[in-house]
Ligand binder design. Structure first.
Ligand SMILES: [Zn+2]
Length: 83
């Protein structure tokens, strides 16, 4: 069984606007980097931390904060993902 791709994770976004400046986020490019607590992502060897940078206020919204859960992971304390 393969992992989700980044476009598939995009479909799981629950919050489509920046909480700070109300900029729309859903159509923006999802960026990623290697991160041990990130999402297993098809096409990457390591887990990826997925985020969208708001063009209005430059806040980096992790997909976690936009409502995308990490599949098949033990629950980790939320502070670990605080950014
Ligand atoms: Zn913003």
């Amino acid at each position: 069984m393969r992992n989700h791709t980044i476009p598939e994770y995009r479909l799981q976004i629950r919050t489509d606007k920046c909480r700070w400046c109300a900029e729309g986020l859903i159509r923006l490019e999802i960026q990623s980097y290697d991160h041990a607590n990130g999402w297993p992502t098809d096409g990457f060897k390591k887990k990826q931390w997925l985020y969208i940078e708001c063009p209005g206020c430059e806040y980096q919204w992790s997909l976690w904060k936009l409502g995308v859960a990490k599949p098949k992971e033990r629950t980790v304390p939320e502070w670990r993902d605080a950014r």
